[in-house]
Design a protein around this ligand. Structure first.
Ligand code: PLP
Length: 388
């Protein structure tokens, strides 16, 4: 029903991905396959709802309503079999903003926060910029799949200043969808050491190859678990520029504390288009998403077979969710700076360098395959020519 092959010119649309490569990479003569947004238009229903809102012509203050929370409730029940109450939902313009709020709400200056590199780089920045210390529970790669080192995780959580664990579930950039067993072990350790979990589940709707996501807060547990779950339609429906996300915080006092810190920053609502788009996407976007997933799976398989054929030294780590592929280029034996130069000068391709995701990311690259097949084909040619 949907034409994901259609090329839409995004140049001069104030797109970070397409129009800011000069600022980020020092050149604009490159094909951008870096930052995580897709080159597909949002579902028609979202565009229609936005158009209707524009036609109304009055853009005064607004707020999410009970209906917004009910739409989120229904989405989580339908897609993830997670039953929440409407009162447990609160909002934030972005997930990164919410991470900052959680850090301020639940930790003190100098406290320790556990993350799992290689991981989404703002996790590092938000902790450091708020004068908290990072503890690294590095993931390990076994047979093309990342795993958690639970002994090391327990050591880090047992640190007496460890107050928060920021989980990325599914994980960016490894593409892992954590199993219920893995998540249950995380809960057990965090409860044992009284560490609050912030679970960033922004990639949880784009599940590839029949993988099943379990919201960590949906797992029944004998003791109370302190979890802040971050969700958003932004990656799922390609509406990141609208800045709409939601938090599910089931513990009343944690939720009150979160909202209190938001208020101290004057964050009391979302913009009118964020609310409109979020409601329309979660209400009507399901079919579009299902087709998107099929398209993305084809793109992932294309990258795998293309590289196996044309450049087998680059190993593809097959993502279980989302549209970001983590490429293992360690076999090429070249350092990050050289990789960057080759990609930009020879390949004319803008990719995220692995070291941005922490030290265990060195020797890797992240490529965004949320684009029409023809763009992806061009990207693969450029990748191969960069290193040939
Ligand atoms: C794991 C993860 N969290 C958060 C974000 C960004 O969220 P937001 O734009 O809502 O701040 C991204 C974007 O790529 C992401 O991958």
């Amino acid at each position: 029903m949907y034409n994901f092959d259609k090329i839409i010119d995004r140049k001069n649309s104030k797109s970070v991905k397409w129009d800011f490569t000069k600022d980020v990479f020092g050149t604009d003569d490159v094909l951008p396959m870096w930052v995580a947004d897709m080159d597909f238009p949002a579902p028609e229903e979202v565009i229609k709802a936005m158009k209707e809102r524009v036609e109304h012509g009055i853009f005064g203050y607004t707020k999410p309503t009970k209906l917004t929370a009910e739409i989120i409730q229904n989405w989580l029940a339908r897609r993830h079999n997670w039953k929440i109450q409407a009162k447990e939902v609160t909002y934030s313009p972005g997930i990164v903003t919410a991470l900052g709020t959680a850090i301020l709400a639940y930790t003190e200056r100098g406290d320790h926060i556990v993350i799992q590199p290689p991981v989404y780089h703002p996790f590092f920045e938000m902790v450091k910029k708020n004068d908290r210390q990072l503890l690294y529970n590095n993931l390990s790669l076994h047979n093309g799949r990342y795993e958690i080192n639970f002994d090391d995780l327990e050591n880090k959580l047992a640190d007496e200043r460890a107050k928060l664990f920021i989980l990325c579930s599914p994980h960016n950039p490894s593409g892992r969808v954590w199993s219920k067993e893995e998540l249950t072990k995380i809960i057990t350790l965090c409860v044992k050491h009284n560490v609050i979990i912030v679970s960033d589940e922004i990639h949880s709707d784009i599940l590839l190859f029949d993988n099943h996501h379990t919201p960590i807060a949906s797992i029944p547990y004998e003791h109370e678990v302190k979890i802040i779950t971050c969700i958003a339609p932004s990656k799922t429906f390609n509406i990141a520029g609208l800045q709409a996300s939601a938090l599910i915080i089931q513990n009343d006092s944690l939720r009150r504390r979160f909202v209190e810190v938001q208020r101290s920053q004057g964050l009391t609502s979302l913009n009118i288009f964020a609310v409109t788009a979020m409601e329309a996407a979660y209400q009507y976007g399901g079919n579009w998403l299902d087709e998107l997933i099929t398209y993305l799976e084809q793109n992932v398989l294309f990258v795998k077979s293309y590289l196996e054929k044309h450049f087998p030294e680059i190993k593809v780590i097959i993502p279980e969710a989302s549209y970001l592929i983590w490429l293992d280029i360690r076999e090429l034996g070249i350092n990050d700076e050289e990789v960057r130069k080759l990609l930009l000068r020879k390949g004319k391709l803008a990719l995220e360098s692995g070291s941005k995701y922490g030290e265990p990311g060195e020797g890797f690259l992240r490529i965004n395959v949320g684009c029409p097949k023809s763009t992806l084909e061009e990207g693969m040619k450029r990748l191969v020519s960069a290193f040939s």
